[in-house]
Design a protein around this ligand. Structure first.
Ligand code: MN
Length: 198
């Protein structure tokens, strides 16, 4: 069985395009160093593990221990870095996703407040997610460390990284301020495509 070799996704924007919400310096470390390290660790661990030839999502659903931790972080950061667009023209949910947010959270403002609260309240390192079930119903999940909603049988749609490496250079200890600012750069077209994908 031939081993997979994972590589970082290309950023769909320039490294300084998300500033001031996320600085170029943070992208340089977060994308350039942290994500690369998870990829290197995963690639090194796969040969002989029994997970060779699986997709990244399959590995995240089935693995435990170090392979799960590194594969989870590769999948999480891939979804994270591809859900943003340059600051300046903020967007809002549209179409079926906007309808589902209204139905399941009572409105976009209510959804944002709950998402930020669950991100700010997650103790330690992890991720807050918007995810959908097989019927298209939405929920917000808190996942510690490398967790991803695919482990619960849900489809991951949007995520905010609450590991300190995601915000410490720009916001120091002010995680809630960082989370509140991220809405300025969410590309809701990407999130809608994920929601509608089957
Ligand atoms: Mn991260």
């Amino acid at each position: 069985m031939s081993a997979n070799t994972f590589t970082p996704i290309a950023l769909p924007y320039a490294q300084d395009a998300l500033a001031p919400v996320i600085s170029a310096e943070t992208i340089a470390f977060h994308y350039g160093k942290h994500l690369q390290a998870y990829i290197n660790n995963l690639n090194a661990a796969l040969p002989g593990s029994g997970f060779e030839g699986m997709t990244l999502e399959e590995i995240v659903r089935k693995a435990e221990g170090g392979i799960f931790n590194n594969a989870g972080q590769v999948l999480n950061h891939t979804l994270y870095f591809t859900q943003f667009k340059p600051a300046g023209a903020s967007s809002v949910p549209k179409g079926a996703l906007a309808d589902a947010i209204d139905r399941d959270f009572g409105g976009f403002e209510e959804f944002k407040a709950e998402f930020q609260k669950k991100g700010a309240g997650l103790f330690g390192s992890g991720w807050v997610w918007l995810a959908s079930d097989a019927d298209g119903h939405l929920q917000i999940t808190q996942e510690v460390n490398a967790g991803n909603p695919v482990r619960r049988g849900l489809k991951p749609l949007l995520t905010f990284d609450v590991w300190e490496h995601a915000y410490y250079l720009d916001y120091q200890n002010r995680r809630p301020d960082h989370l509140a600012a991220l809405w300025q750069i969410v590309d809701w077209e990407v999130v809608l495509h994920r929601y509608e994908a089957r």
